[in-house]
Ligand binder design. Structure first.
Ligand SMILES: N=[N+]=NCCCCNC(=O)[C@@H]1[C@H]2[C@H](O)[C@@H](O)[C@H](O)[C@@H](CO)[C@@H]12
Length: 444
């Protein structure tokens, strides 16, 4: 196997609410996820992020674990309500200090911090003011981002504004499976627009003082028509526009996919030219989260996109019900380059939830996760060979963690976490990934 490009960055990814625990420690305010998780009936097994992986207290051990694995970068998110407990205004210095210590610990161990500003956990105080439905949310977010830029820029050299705005709106405002748990077609495009306005406002704020790189992280799920029928081809266009183009087109092209008017119907309002210009800020990279594909057919009853994903005979499906399809990563990366140009890319998440074997004698054998990683890294190498400028790969995830409203039932970690003892145990996939990093991809 030919090596990956020199300077290619090998790392792993997590997010604050999924691993930290201690959500209200040291002056932090509640987030919408703290509120959602403590609302009866919304979380599988009534799980919460109150403890999670206890990373807030164990972060030095977890950094040591990353060091042992040879991680070159660590993508993590900052909890907004640790920094600004009320969402705006008063800064909680203890919250800033936690992330400052984490950044210093990473850098002292030769690991590059890669910071996500927003991984879904808006301060509850701002949700009380309308959250992403309030146009002021762009200014709130820029204020929060600026506090972190002032405190950490220079020691942090890679910033991502948002993680997966599609999931925030589809899960949080349309179907309600995620915080803040709304089910409202009319709210969904409003939240989408304000999220992207917030992205643009934070990028503009960064350009005033920032000296390094800032980008956007999106989940891309390539859509393949189930047949060549006009109905399935149109459905595939709608699904592509709704999930894959809805956020990248404004950010990169300064326009919205026309199919969104069809998807949202009377709930759709065109973006103003001012909003389009404010969102289309030059960025230094795109983060791509890739998990699966969707073979797509027309389904008039499947409100509001009117599409369905067709199960593939003979394919392997993960614990989250996603088809394993590495070719989709190649197709996605080539598509990104063709549609948006040669912007540097990072795979900011890729991984798999499996019904892992138990820990035995300090080991956990997960051959299927090794095969998943191997197949997707081979696909990544194929895309790079085809000329796509991919500069790094972050496996999702370092630790088994809180899979949002699914609780801890879905284990994505390359490191097992014992829910009772918090003991970390390397899975075979961690050892495998460590060898990949050490060999710069040659051991694939
Ligand atoms: N249907 N369907 N198809 C796939 C769509 C995937 C959308 N969800 C994600 O990408 C989330 C991302 C999130 O950042 C992380 O916080 C989550 O823990 C992982 C795992 O769930 C992934």
């Amino acid at each position: 196997m030919a090596a990956f490009p020199s300077g290619f960055l090998w790392g792993c990814a997590t997010s604050a609410y999924q691993i930290e625990g201690s959500p209200l420690a040291d002056g932090a305010g509640p987030s919408i996820w703290h509120r959602f998780a403590h609302t009866p009936g919304l979380m599988r097994d009534a799980e919460t992020g109150d403890i999670a992986c206890d990373h807030y207290r164990r972060f030095k051990d977890d950094v040591a674990l990353m060091k042992r694995l040879g991680m070159q970068a660590y993508r993590f998110s900052v909890s907004w309500s640790r920094i600004l407990p009320d969402g705006t205004g008063r800064v909680n210095q203890a919250g800033v200090d936690f992330y400052s210590r984490l950044v210093d610990e990473l850098r002292a161990n030769g690991i590059e911090p890669f910071v996500t500003l927003y991984h879904w956990d808006m301060p509850a105080a701002l949700d009380d003011k309308g959250g992403w439905l309030n146009r002021d949310s762009a200014e709130w977010f820029a204020e929060y981002a600026s506090v972190l830029f002032r405190a950490l820029d220079g020691r942090v050299t890679k910033w991502a504004t948002l993680n997966e705005p599609w999931v925030v709106t589809d899960g949080g405002y349309l179907f309600g499976a995620l915080a803040p748990g709304h089910r409202n077609l009319f709210e969904t495009p409003i939240a989408s627009r304000n999220l992207m306005r917030a992205h643009g406002a934070a990028v503009r704020a960064y350009r005033e003082t920032g000296r390094h790189e800032i980008g956007l992280v999106v989940n891309i799920e390539p859509k393949y028509p189930a047949s060549e029928s006009p109905e399935d081809l149109a459905a595939t266009r709608r699904a592509t526009a709704y999930m894959n183009e809805q956020y990248l087109d404004p950010a990169m092209l300064g326009r919205c996919p026309p199919e969104l008017r069809d998807v949202f119907g009377e709930a759709w309002t065109d973006w103003s030219d001012d909003d389009l210009a404010a969102v289309r800020q030059p960025i230094d990279f795109l983060g791509i989260n890739y998990y699966t594909r969707a073979v797509t057919r027309d389904d008039p009853a499947a409100w509001p996109v009117r599409t369905a994903t067709v199960r593939q005979d003979g394919a392997f499906y993960t614990e989250t019900g996603w088809e394993v399809y590495p070719q989709g990563l190649v197709d996605t990366l080539v598509w990104i380059k063709q549609r948006y140009g040669d912007i540097p890319l990072y795979i900011t998440e890729n991984g798999v939830a499996l019904a892992d074997a138990p820990v035995e004698n300090g080991r956990l054998h997960d051959p299927q996760r090794i095969e998943y990683l191997r197949q997707h890294l081979l696909a990544l190498h194929q895309a790079i060979a085809a000329g796509v400028d991919v500069r790094g790969y972050m496996v999702w995830s370092l630790l088994d963690n809180l899979e949002w409203s699914l609780g801890f039932s879905k284990r994505f970690g390359i490191v097992h976490v014992d829910r009772q003892t918090q003991e970390r145990t390397l899975k075979d996939s961690a050892e495998y990934y460590s060898r990949i990093i050490a060999s710069h991809g040659r051991a694939l």
